[in-house]
Design a protein around this ligand. Structure first.
Ligand code: NAP
Length: 302
C-alpha cells in the first residue's frame, strides 16, 4: 500500500499532524518508536496548554490526542525508523518493515542530553534519572539534586519537593533560564535550594549514589553534596540519526520554512525536531497542523 502521508514520531506534533491529515481523508500512517506522547508523557503538569485551567497531566493529554487521531482514521505502528529513501514514492524503512508514501512528515522530536561525567552511566537506574514523574516516589524523605536551570529543571524540582526531604538545584550560571513564574514559585518551597555557578564533576557511590562532586566555576572550589538521587535536566538533542540529505542547522535541527517544508520536496518536519525559537506542546501541535495541511497541498500537485 502507498499511504498519502507517513508521519514519523507520535509526540504532540506528530499526533496533531495525524489528526489533521486523517480528518482531511488522507491515508495516514504514524510510526512511533516508544509510546504516543513523546517528551510530554514524562511531564506531570502542563499548565500553559490552552483550555486546561489548572493544567493537564502530560500522559493524559497524550492519550486524548492518540484517541482523537485514531478516531479520524490514522493507523499507528510501533517501530523504529532507520532510514528514509526519497523519490516520487518515498520509502520509510523501520527495524521490522518498510512502508511507502507520497509524503513524509518528520516529527521525531528530541531526546534528553546527558552530562557525560564519571558515574553517570553507571548509576542510571540506580539513582540517576531523567524523569521526575517516573522516579520521584522512590525518593520519599530522601535528598536529591537536580542539574539544570531551565523550565524542565525547575518544574521537576518543584514536583520532586513533594516527595523528597531536600531538593538541591545545581545550575552552572548565576541566574536561572526558566520562565519567571517558575522561578517565583521556587520561593514557596522551603525544601528547595539553588547552588549557582556550579557544574557537576563526578557521581560518587557504591551500590547506589552517595554524593555528587561539583565545582564552583568562579572560585574553583570543589564541594561534595550528600544525595540519594540525581535528576538531570540539561536540555534536549534532536532525533535525526536516521536522516540523510535533509538540511539541518548547526545544532542538528531540521531547517524548514514557515509552512514546514524541508529541503526535500514532499518531506515536511514539525515540532521540536525543527529549527525554531519556542519548543512547547502548543507550538508542536501548531506545527503538526501546518505540516499536514502543507502535505495535503503537495499531494494536490501530484
Ligand atoms: P533548556 O531550556 O535547554 O535548559 C537546559 C538547562 O541546562 C540550562 O539551564 C543550561 O544552562 C543547563 N545545561 C545545559 N548543558 C549543561 C551541562 N552540560 N551541564 C550543566 N548544565 C547544563 O532545557 P529544558 O529545561 O529541558 O527545556 C527544553 C525545552 O522544553 C525548552 O524550550 C523549554 O522551554 C521547554 N519546556 C517548557 C516547559 C513549560 O513551558 N512548562 C516545561 C519544560 C520544558 P544555561 O542556562 O547556562 O544554558
Amino acid at each position: 500500500m502507498v499511504y498519502d502521508v507517513i508521519i514519523i514520531g507520535a509526540g504532540p506534533a506528530g499526533l496533531a499532524a495525524a489528526i489533521y491529515s486523517s480528518r482531511a481523508r488522507l491515508t495516514t500512517l504514524l510510526i512511533e518508536k516508544n509510546s504516543c506522547g513523546g517528551q510530554m508523557i514524562i511531564t506531570d503538569l502542563l499548565e500553559n496548554y490552552p483550555g486546561f485551567n489548572g493544567g493537564i497531566n502530560g500522559f493524559d493529554l497524550a492519550v486524548k490526542l492518540e484517541s482523537q487521531a485514531k478516531d479520524f482514521g490514522a493507523q499507528i505502528v510501533y517501530d523504529e525508523v532507520t532510514n528514509i529513501e526519497d523519490g516520487k514514492i518515498k520509502k520509510v524503512v523501520t527495524i521490522n518493515n518498510s512502508y511507502h508514501a507520497k509524503t513524509i512528515i518528520i516529527a521525531s522530536g528530541t531526546h534528553v542530553k546527558k552530562m557525560n561525567i564519571p558515574g553517570e552511566s553507571a548509576f542510571i537506574g540506580r539513582g540517576v534519572s531523567f524523569c521526575a514523574t517516573c522516579d520521584a516516589p522512590f525518593y520519599k524523605d530522601k535528598d536529591v539534586a537536580v542539574i539544570g536551570g531551565g523550565d524542565s529543571a525547575i518544574q521537576e524540582a518543584i514536583y520532586l519537593s513533594k516527595f523528597a526531604k531536600n531538593v538541591t538545584i545545581i545550575h552552572r550560571r548565576n541566574s536561572l533560564r526558566a520562565t519567571k513564574i517558575l522561578q517565583e514559585r521556587l520561593s514557596f518551597y522551603n525544601n528547595i535550594s539553588v547552588v549557582y555557578n556550579s557544574i557537576p564533576k563526578e557521581i560518587i557511590g557504591t551500590s547506589s549514589i552517595e554524593k555528587i562532586k561539583i565545582i564552583n566555576i568562579e572560585t574553583n572550589e570543589t564541594q561534595e553534596i550528600k544525595i540519594d538521587g540525581l535528576f538531570v535536566f540539561i536540555g534536549l538533542l534532536p532525533n535525526t540519526d536516521f536522516l540523510t540529505n535533509i538540511a539541518l542547522d548547526d545544532k542538528g535541527y531540521i531547517v524548514t520554512d514557515e509552512n514546514m517544508h524541508t529541503s526535500a520536496t514532499g518531506i515536511f518536519a514539525c515540532g521540536d525536531i525543527r529549527k525554531k525559537y519556542l519548543r512547547q506542546v502548543i507550538t508542536a501541535a501548531s506545527d503538526g497542523a501546518q505540516a499536514a495541511v502543507s502535505a495535503g497541498h503537495y499531494l494536490e500537485t501530484l
